[in-house]
Design a protein around this ligand. Structure first.
Ligand code: ZN
Length: 290
């Protein structure tokens, strides 16, 4: 590896820190607006092994926010575009593109081989799967999300996002109150059950496209990768819960602790006993949102 490429960050991380970063294997789940910028920022760290999981393809409306995607990439798989972008930045990286739903054996088995998981998913369903898997198998999960709320009746315009660093046994998205178990369970139901629930007008929120902006995704994606860097190099412990408040232009680190009654944190290290395989999609089901 050409060390000169990393000379300026070795001045911050030290050779030892840089070597530690390079030795990690990180999975990025979701390769859209947020995930593509996670891939980009991870590639610039010099990390040697990155896996990207997403079963979606790029459409024209993605062009405002997918790092590395050009208009000529419309129709291509998001993971293939992410892989190309990572390799342009760091040709020596091993990039594993998994064009499958998170809830497939290929995707879940890959996650179990990673040192860290970065979550960039749109729904609480996959967020629950990642949370349970990360706790059970002792893999740190760095989960990022952004939110933009257009002005609505009784609510002013607002925007922002957050990064939660879930360290197994120490803290998770449930401790952070950032995961709705009931909503997640609904999202993980079979397509038939979901269709039936929709028909009867229950839950699952809106299918309308959510607002999304490259710069906002960049703030949260880079904050997430910064936490990966500080925890890996030993510069400091990761912040458990960072919140970006867009209307005030500030990043706030919440003084958060594990909920002593958190069931998920208590399953730390229980591996196959937690049976994450129950989340596998039924045979033949593909392109299942959430
Ligand atoms: Zn917890």
């Amino acid at each position: 590896m050409n060390r000169n490429r990393f000379a300026r960050q070795i001045l911050m991380f030290g050779e030892k820190g840089q070597n530690k970063i390079e030795a990690q294997r990180v999975a990025v789940v979701g390769a859209g607006g947020l995930g593509s910028q996670l891939c980009q920022a991870l590639a610039y760290t010099g990390i040697r092994s990155i896996g990207v999981i997403d079963d979606d393809r790029l459409d024209e409306t993605n062009m405002n926010r997918v790092a590395g995607a050009l208009p000529s990439d419309v129709g291509r798989r998001k993971v293939e575009v992410a892989k190309e972008h990572i390799l342009k930045i760091n040709p020596e990286a091993e990039v594993i593109a998994i064009p499958r739903n998170l809830r497939t054996r290929e995707a879940l088995e890959f996650l179990l081989k990673c040192t860290h998981i970065c979550g960039a998913v749109d729904h609480d369903g996959p967020r629950l799967v990642l949370t349970e898997l990360a706790a059970a198998y002792g893999i740190p999960l760095i989960d990022a999300t952004t939110e933009i709320f257009p002005e609505a009746e009784g609510r002013p315009f607002d925007f922002g996002g957050r990064v939660v660093v879930a360290t197994p046994g120490d803290y998770c998205l449930f401790c952070a109150d950032q995961l709705d178990r009931e909503l997640a369970k609904e999202e993980l139901e079979t397509p038939e059950v979901r269709a039936d629930r929709r028909k009867h007008g229950y839950g699952l929120g809106s299918d309308l496209p959510a607002p999304s902006v490259f710069a906002l995704n960049g703030i949260l994606a880079n904050a997430a990768v910064m936490e990966f860097i500080v925890m890996t190099t030993g510069i400091r412990e990761a912040a458990r819960h960072l919140t970006y408040k867009g209307m005030r232009g500030v990043m706030v680190s919440r003084d958060s602790k594990r909920n002593p009654d958190c069931y998920t944190c208590a399953t730390c290290g229980q591996r196959d006993n937690v049976n994450i395989w129950r989340y596998l999609l039924p045979e033949g089901v593909e392109n299942f949102a959430a």
